[in-house]
Design a protein around this ligand. Structure first.
Ligand SMILES: NC(=O)c1ccc[n+]([C@@H]2O[C@H](COP(=O)([O-])OP(=O)(O)OC[C@H]3O[C@@H](n4cnc5c(N)ncnc54)[C@H](O)[C@@H]3O)[C@@H](O)[C@H]2O)c1
Length: 505
């Protein structure tokens, strides 16, 4: 499988944020690049922007000045669409409107040679629809870069219904040669990343709407227990609520209002208020200078227990047994349903149901649930939730146990699945569904989520580490708790659990 020859000319249409970035990537890979924009002066501006970025790298000693000059020489502004005639690959990165993109592709078809590949960087439009009506729809495919294109490694190679396999293979090999991590995807709403990532935002918003905790606490739990670089609220503030809400709404509409993708009223209100996040100075957080920083809610220091009894297997929380012992707590093990008993509280990993419901069903009355962590040894924070029936002091006693391990503890309300477990289960479920309907292979889905949005682990591999059976049980419990189809487990997950096969690979 070979990519575009190095001598091949790459044309980029649209010199905005994405087009400029893509032009830079192609030039850095050695291609001559033609940059075209319909707006007067925009291509020149795009080119100057690229060069200004390169100048900064030269100033920092990260790029030799010679290399900068070579790159500058490789990027040429094209005065018209006709000037793109010699391109072996055209990457379209113009406004996200189907009719406009179709016009551009129809015009291009008259200009480029028959073996030229036509790619679109669209985030949300159907590649099939963009290619429809062309004389040669088989040479059209998606080449979906992430922002900023020179930095983000992932490129989704998106197949429309008519896309030729050889075209997709060439794009894949080209992206690889450009130092990117390409993955194959079919043209479905949101492709891989913008679809599988939806629950990251949606579950955060749901938890907030149910007053599970405030935004700073939920963000801190997702970062410091979940291992995500950013929590959902700070990330939505960074992306911009207008953009994030539009993507969610578009995916929701495209899937004919499947409740899995239902947008949030809370986010709609932020958009209506013009509180778009960092760019407008206010979103979930206040970014105006002098504004008080929101701090996560944290349980005050509590005494450490001297002894703990672990009844049964703790599953993915099993590393806690060694951590307790290392912290100087005497550990006794007996058979049981997976409980950690200390004076004043019985702790259990969330199984997707409420602590309050578990007590009603026979669990000890002093039950306090704790959340999933990416890695219990390195997690800096743990979320806990006590049952409504628990006596005063149970949450504090449970907090004392985790604090003895050097962790900060956040008490959240007794919501089904807590914070990290519920989000990870839903991400894995969405990844499983995407695999089921052939959006991409399980391996490519995990790769896309780690390289496209920097998740600490691919959702499917993460579910394998937790145990697919446990993830299925969590989803079933959360679905039962809410009676909401949004949480229905994917058939892919059910089948893998039944056949005892891992989800990834
Ligand atoms: N911004 C992102 O985070 C991101 C990420 C991945 C993909 N995308 C996709 O990339 C594309 C471009 O996004 P962007 O953020 O760079 O937009 P942008 O608004 O920054 O740039 C678009 C450019 O296209 C030009 N343009 C518009 N219509 C044109 C036409 N008919 N012919 C030639 N040029 C035309 C505009 O003048 C503008 O300079 C969209 O399809 C978008 O969905 C965006």
């Amino acid at each position: 499988m070979s990519g575009l020859p190095k001598t091949g000319i790459v044309a980029v249409i649209g010199a905005g944020a994405m087009g400029s970035g893509i032009a830079q990537v192609a030039a850095q890979a050695g291609h001559g690049v033609l940059l075209y924009d319909a707006m007067e002066g925009a291509a020149e501006k795009g080119r100057s922007g690229i060069l200004a970025g390169l100048d900064k790298l030269v100033a920092k000693g990260k790029l030799p000045a010679q290399e900068r000059d070579a790159l500058a020489a490789r990027i040429t502004v094209a005065p018209s669409l006709d000037a793109l005639a010699g391109a072996g690959l055209v990457v379209e990165a113009i406004v996200e409107r189907l009719e406009v993109k179709r016009q551009v592709f129809a015009a291009l078809e008259q200009i480029v040679t028959p073996d030229s590949i036509l790619a679109s960087n669209t985030s949300s439009l159907s590649i099939t629809a963009i290619a429809a009506g062309l004389k040669h729809p088989e040479r059209v495919a998606g080449l979906h870069f992430f922002n900023p294109a020179p930095v983000m490694k992932l490129v989704e190679i998106v197949a429309g219904l008519a896309s030729d396999r050889a075209v997709l293979d060439t794009l894949f090999a080209t992206a690889e040669a450009w130092g990117k991590v390409p993955v194959h995807a079919t043209s479905t709403p949101g492709f891989i990343v913008n679809r599988v990532a939806r629950p990251f935002y949606a579950e955060g918003l749901r938890l907030l709407e149910e007053s599970a905790a405030d935004v700073a606490t939920l963000d801190a739990v997702m970062r410091e227990a979940g291992g995500f670089r950013m929590g959902p609220f700070e990330l939505m503030d960074l992306i911009g609520h207008d953009v994030n809400f539009a993507v969610t709404s578009s995916v929701f509409q495209s899937y004919f209002c499947d409740p899995r993708y239902r947008p949030s009223l809370t986010q709609q209100e932020l958009v209506a208020a013009g509180w778009l996040g960092r760019k407008s100075g206010r979103g979930f957080y206040d970014y105006t200078t002098g504004a008080a920083l929101s701090e996560p809610a944290t349980v005050a220091p509590q005494p450490a227990p001297g002894v703990v009894t672990i009844e049964g297997d703790l599953g993915p929380a099993e590393p806690l047994a060694d951590l307790f012992a290392e912290a100087g707590i005497a550990v006794t093990r007996t058979d049981g349903p997976g409980l950690v008993r200390i004076d004043g509280a019985s702790l259990a990993l969330t199984d997707g149901s409420m602590a309050t419901g578990r007590v009603a069903a026979g669990a000890p009355a002093d039950l306090v649930l704790f959340d999933l962590a990416l890695d219990y040894a390195s997690a800096r924070r743990i979320a806990i939730a006590k049952a409504d029936q628990a006596p005063a002091g149970a949450a504090e006693a449970a907090a004392g146990l985790f604090q003895a391990l050097g962790k900060t503890v956040s008490a959240v309300d007794d919501v089904p699945g807590l914070v990290v477990m519920r989000t990870v289960a839903m991400l894995a479920n969405e990844a499983a569904e995407a695999a089921l309907v052939g959006v991409a292979s399980p391996a490519d889905i995990d790769r896309a989520m780690t390289f496209g949005v920097n998740y600490p682990r691919g959702p499917l591999a993460w579910a394998d580490a937790v145990g697919p059976e446990r993830i299925l049980a969590v989803l079933e419990a959360v679905q039962a708790a809410y009676g909401d189809d949004r949480y229905r487990p994917s058939q892919f997950l059910r089948r893998r659990v039944a056949s005892r096969r891992p989800l990834a690979g």
